[in-house]
Design a protein around this ligand. Structure first.
Ligand SMILES: [Zn+2]
Length: 347
């Protein structure tokens, strides 16, 4: 018996050693992305709230859909251990790609997007910045990620805090693919209609939620819900050294709902503006369905993607980290995936 135990312990030590060797072998420049605990589990059912109520009919439609969204490549069962270790993009010459990557120094909270901020005109003619709001969301966010990956291109995501708590594994897929992830408040309220304290809470809880979901800091990039720039909060974001991202062209994809019309809307506005930050929603099914063809047409139209990265990560405020955990769930011990907990034994 003892010999068996020693043998088992020896095997364990060997595996641990192998793990350490593998870890040391990994590229030193790799950015670690925590492996989700339930990566293979189905996306969690959203908790009830105003946001969920707004989304519920759409979510039901996803479940019934057998179209292109349903057939999009499923998310990987396990995430790559690092962004740098991900396989090189296989998009070929037809892929949109990234023409240049720029670093944004968000000290004092600069604003971008000519709809509201005209100070920093950093894009050349034909250059676009792809941005996606309101995720992470089952089916739609992975479909947008698949389209971006097929095109070897990168975007900036502005996820909602509550959605990030419901579907952290999807947000981690966004991070693992190397996209920039900012924040977009806790529950997508219009901050101009809230008290100063409530508006700050919405901003900070959103930042803490993204950090919690990723197990890593968000970028200091923020987008106001409905582009409603409450002046006190613009100043507050400056004090927090968080950059504010409005848009040069709003796709209005959340109103359109038809993929071909989303594409037409973006291309028409780009043609008029010639360049700019494009606001879309990975939350929206029409946008997810439109993404492959939209990216193909951007490439065909000669547009170049500029990818934005933050100069420094964003630190959360500890009291808000605690606050969001109270909102997320009761302290059940089980974190096993549903497929391990519930099994069909007769039907
Ligand atoms: Zn939004």
């Amino acid at each position: 018996m003892r010999a068996v135990m020693v043998g088992v312990m020896g095997l364990g030590a060997l595996l641990v050693s192998f793990g350490i060797v593998f870890f040391l072998w990994a590229p030193a420049t790799a950015t670690s992305v925590p492996t989700p605990k339930t990566a293979s589990a189905p996306a969690p059912a959203p908790a009830p709230s105003a946001q969920a109520a707004r989304a519920a009919p759409i979510a039901a439609a996803f479940a019934e859909s057998t179209g292109s969204i349903g057939s999009a490549p499923p998310p990987p069962a396990r995430l790559p251990v690092s962004v740098a270790a991900a396989p090189a993009c296989q998009g070929g010459a037809d892929a949109l790609g990234v023409s240049r990557t720029v670093e944004i120094d968000t000290t004092d909270g600069p604003g971008f997007g000519f709809e509201h901020f005209k100070q920093h005109d950093f894009l050349q003619p034909g250059e676009v910045v792809l941005t996606f709001d309101d995720g992470p969301w089952p089916h739609n966010t992975p479909a947008v990620l698949a389209a971006l990956a097929a095109n070897c291109t990168k975007a900036v995501f502005f996820p909602i805090g509550e959605h990030s708590m419901w579907a952290p594994e999807i947000l981690r897929q966004v991070a693992a693919a190397g996209h920039t992830i900012g924040s977009h408040t806790w529950s997508h309220k219009d901050l101009a209609k809230l008290s100063v304290q409530d508006a700050k809470d919405e901003i900070e809880k959103g930042i803490s939620a993204v950090h919690w979901a990723l197990g890593a800091p968000a970028a200091p990039f923020f987008r106001f819900p409905a582009l409603s720039h409450a002046p006190e909060m613009v100043t507050y974001l400056g004090e927090r050294n968080i950059g504010i991202f409005s848009t040069d062209m709003d796709s209005l994809d959340f109103k359109i709902r038809k993929p071909d019309q989303v594409i037409a809307s973006v291309l028409a506005k780009l043609k008029k503006n010639g360049k700019g930050i494009v606001l879309m929603h990975d939350f929206q099914r029409a946008t997810a369905e439109a993404a492959p063809e939209l990216l193909r047409q951007l490439k065909a139209g000669g547009y170049k993607v500029v990818f934005l990265k933050a100069k420094a990560p964003l630190q959360t405020i500890a009291s808000y980290d605690g606050m969001i955990l109270k909102d997320v769930k009761l302290p059940t011990l089980s974190d096993r995936p549903t497929s391990n907990v519930v099994r069909t034994i007769a039907n």
